[in-house]
Design a protein around this ligand. Structure first.
Ligand code: FES
Length: 352
């Protein structure tokens, strides 16, 4: 393998060449696609064809590409998927043949996945993604899903089918929609309008989103995003998949005159669960002992909003020094920290 530091100019030319080729709607088979491994596109494609039962990770190990500076990884993934999709019927047959031949040498889980892969076309899909919905006085939550091809002009994604479920704080499904996001289209939906504003200052719920491509194609910009709009400012975040039980930590400052802090907890599990909140875990020694300040009950698929309030004694001891808060969930749960201005006219949001 070459010394990657010697290839810095090669890498620049690789990237420029790729863009130029993309603009001309074709790829030069002689182009170097990994400068660190000195790997040409036609050699990479030949390896993908020859080793056609191998995963992307296996091909990277065999070619030694993408393992050094990793600058080429996105391009390699693109060329890998392209080569596979061009040959995917042949590839699937070969996988079947090898599966039969190698059946005794692979474990049951791999056999199961290979069996599924042998009947399912290589369609982009994502497991359920979640979005918290915040509703308040002049506070809105919007969902956006765009379906663009990124910077590769010859790279084509597919139309995306979206299944959207909106659940209220008790976990009841109050809206279900099936939508199609065509190539180059953008879906924009206001989510909070489905919730009844029945708890102040914030009413919460959650959106459950599933996406899958209509036919085999490249992955585009289909990750759902959401925005929280308030009179003096907006914040945005991408949707996330499920996350298991355990500890979530956030570090905050207690500044009640300037900001209000909330946890928004989305129970993504189909059973109720309890969540405990403990503070303050300090980033400096002061002798304050952390304790559990609340135990919350979340209904199955329910969402809860919890305002972090430090009592007077604690506020005095903490002053404005940062401290950490622990949120312990019993089951799968998405935890968000929502930071609002004192009169809730602007927000920022972060996630576990
Ligand atoms: S260009 Fe450095 S790992 Fe491929």
């Amino acid at each position: 393998m070459k010394d990657p530091s010697q290839n810095i100019f090669d890498k620049t030319s690789v990237n420029n060449k790729h863009v130029a080729d993309s603009e001309n709607n074709k790829s030069d088979p002689e182009q170097i696609i990994c400068a660190c491994a000195n790997l040409k596109l036609n050699d990479f494609e030949r390896m993908v064809r020859e080793l056609n039962d191998q995963s992307f990770g296996d091909i990277l190990i065999k070619t030694e590409a993408g393992n050094t500076c990793t600058a080429c990884l996105l391009d390699l993934e693109y060329f890998f998927v392209k080569a596979k999709s061009q040959n995917y019927k042949k590839y699937e047959k070969e996988v079947d043949r090898l599966n039969l031949k190698n059946k005794s040498s692979i474990n049951i889980k791999q056999q199961f996945y290979k069996a599924i892969d042998s009947i399912a076309p290589p369609i982009a899909w994502a497991p359920t993604n979640f979005i918290p919905i915040i509703k308040g006085s002049s506070i809105e939550t919007w969902l956006t899903i765009t379906n663009h091809d990124l910077l590769f002009s010859e790279r084509k994604s597919a139309p995306i089918k979206v299944t959207l479920k909106i659940r209220d704080k008790k976990g009841r499904c109050i809206c279900k929609k099936k939508l199609l996001v065509g190539l180059g289209d953008e879906l924009k939906l206001r989510l909070d309008k489905h919730l009844t504003y029945d708890s102040k200052p914030l009413t919460v719920g959650a959106a459950y989103i599933n996406t899958h491509a209509v036919y085999p194609a490249m992955r585009g910009t289909i990750r759902p995003q959401f925005e929280i709009l308030a009179p003096k400012g907006a914040c945005a975040l991408h949707a996330q998949g499920d996350v298991g039980p355990g500890d979530t930590w956030f570090t905050v400052q207690n500044r009640p005159n300037d900001q209000r802090l909330f946890f928004v907890l989305v129970n993504t599990f189909h059973r109720p669960q309890s969540v405990s909140i403990s503070l303050p875990f300090e980033l400096y020694p002061s002798g304050l002992a952390p304790k559990t300040v609340d135990n919350l009950y979340l209904p199955a698929h329910g969402t809860e909003v919890y305002e972090i309030n430090c009592d007077e004694l604690l506020s005095k001891a903490l002053s404005e020094k940062p401290f950490s808060i622990n949120v312990k969930t019993e089951r799968s749960c998405r935890v968000y920290l929502l930071c609002g201005s004192a009169n809730l006219d602007q927000f920022s949001i972060d996630h576990r």
